[in-house]
Design a protein around this ligand. Structure first.
Ligand code: ADP
Ligand code: ASP
Ligand code: MG
Length: 405
């Protein structure tokens, strides 16, 4: 008998009638004598609402209690879906993360799954239960409830699939798979049939939230193949995420991703001497602030330089505070920040063997009068930071220029 882990995202379980439709997808599989573990997200909007409530109670809400609070959305969906299945005559039960247990390490709000007791899940699968597990949540080694970062139910599904050595891991969502770019902003976007872990990881970490990036890292490390499918058209073939060596490429660029939650920081007039970059980034590192793109100008003769980098918009205020504290130590002249920026990335394994991709990207943006503020690259990605107001035009332009439609 094959074992399947299937995950349903927030929109897929967004209201009662959708939960009933999800139950029908599950029943169809259970009737085919498949062993089914379901991972569920909170109903759409619920997690955001809980976060808002925490902010209304306190600007300094306890991290431990934050996890207890925000993980509750997934518990609600687990119970609603399990009870719906039972009502339809299916043997089902919920297993909350602490009951499995799904053990995590690391800081609250952003923990990492390190172990899952597969025995407790198998015990119910062996008795023909459909097991429903809330995504996103875990339990820490100190026996506190933890969560694994926004969008984390994808990573829960991959971790459970790995622990159970499942035959298949399917992610059901509100689009028909992974597209060449976000289909919400570009009507010409096309569904990708197969995409490598590496490319998907670059797409996700550059803003394509259809799959959370941690889940792809986990899948890549453990060779868990993923099928992204539509909850609303469950019979349609979605996107298969797998090893690069199982894909034959016919395009240089696979996709265009964008994110609008970046902020740009420029420190004007810092001394150009050893240790300065380290002094700037140490306090950010100590506060777990992730720094993404970085550029430092070469100083001419003045022994001074400017450093520009990006952080997530949410971390902007704290970054500013930390750098203001360093002003006398670093002796810089001015700090400039800008939240109205967007990062646009092109991703494709083909760029390793095809020269001229960067030129083609920059030139097509220039022709649209779009100014590039910062550039960063990896082996299979080129990202540019631009003004946020140009984001949609840039995505559409690049999608067109690289013939993804
Ligand atoms: P779920 O709630 O099922 O986890 P998400 O909202 O996290 O779903 O992810 C699905 C959404 O990702 C889509 O509705 C779409 O808006 C967005 N998205 C961004 N980039 C892409 C892409 N390249 N392909 C498909 N969807 C994308
Ligand atoms: N409910 C969580 C979130 O909104 C986790 C998830 O949906 O994957 O981030
Ligand atoms: Mg998601």
């Amino acid at each position: 008998m094959i074992t399947k882990v299937i995950k349903f995202g927030g929109t897929s379980v967004g209201n009662i009638s959708r939960i009933k439709e999800v139950a029908n997808i599950i029943i169809d599989k259970a009737n085919k004598k498949q062993r089914i573990v379901v991972i569920v997200s909170a109903m759409s909007g619920v997690t955001n609402d809980l976060i808002k409530k925490s902010q209304e109670i306190s600007t300094n809400f306890s991290d431990e209690e934050y996890d207890v609070l925000v993980s509750s959305g997934e518990q609600v969906t687990s119970a609603l879906l399990s009870a719906c299945l039972i009502d339809k005559g299916i043997k089902a039960r919920s297993l909350l993360a602490w009951q499995v247990p799904i053990v995590t390490v690391g800081q609250h709000k952003n923990s990492r799954i390190i172990s899952i007791n597969s025995k407790s899940i198998n015990r119910y699968l062996d008795q023909n239960y459909v097991v429903v597990i809330p995504g996103f949540q875990g339990i820490s080694e100190k026996l506190r409830i933890s969560t694994i970062g926004r969008g984390g139910s994808d990573a829960s599904a991959v971790a459970v699939a790995k622990a159970l050595k499942a035959d298949r891991c399917e992610i059901y969502t509100d689009v028909q798979g992974v597209f060449t770019t976000n289909p919400d902003i570009c009507r010409e976007a096309k569904k990708i049939d197969k995409i490598s872990y590496d490319e998907m990881l670059e797409m996700s970490s550059s803003g394509a939230k259809v799959m959370q990036s941690t889940s792809i890292q986990k899948a890549m490390l453990n060779e868990v193949e993923i099928f992204v499918k539509s909850t609303f058209y469950p019979k349609k073939v979605g996107t298969h995420i797998l090893s690069e060596n199982k894909i034959s490429y016919d395009k240089v660029i696979t996709g265009v991703a964008y994110s609008i939650d970046d902020a740009k920081v420029t420190i004007i007039g810092v001394k150009d001497k050893p240790g300065v970059a380290s002094a700037i980034f140490k306090p950010l590192n100590d506060q777990n602030i992730i720094v993404d793109m970085i550029v430092q100008n070469v100083s001419a003769e003045s022994n001074e330089t400017d450093v520009t980098f990006t952080v997530k918009s949410n971390d902007m205020n704290q970054t500013e505070k930390l750098l203001n504290r360093l002003k006398s130590e670093l002796g810089y002249k001015k700090l400039i920040t800008d939240k109205n920026v967007s990062k646009i990335s092109i991703v494709g394994a083909g760029m390793i063997t095809h020269p001229g991709i960067a030129y083609k990207m920059f030139n097509s943006l220039a022709l649209k009068n779009i100014n590039i503020l910062v550039i960063s690259t990896s082996e299979i990605r080129i990202s540019v930071l631009i003004e946020e107001k140009n984001a949609e035009l840039a995505v559409k332009t690049l999608h067109n220029v690289f013939e993804l439609a």
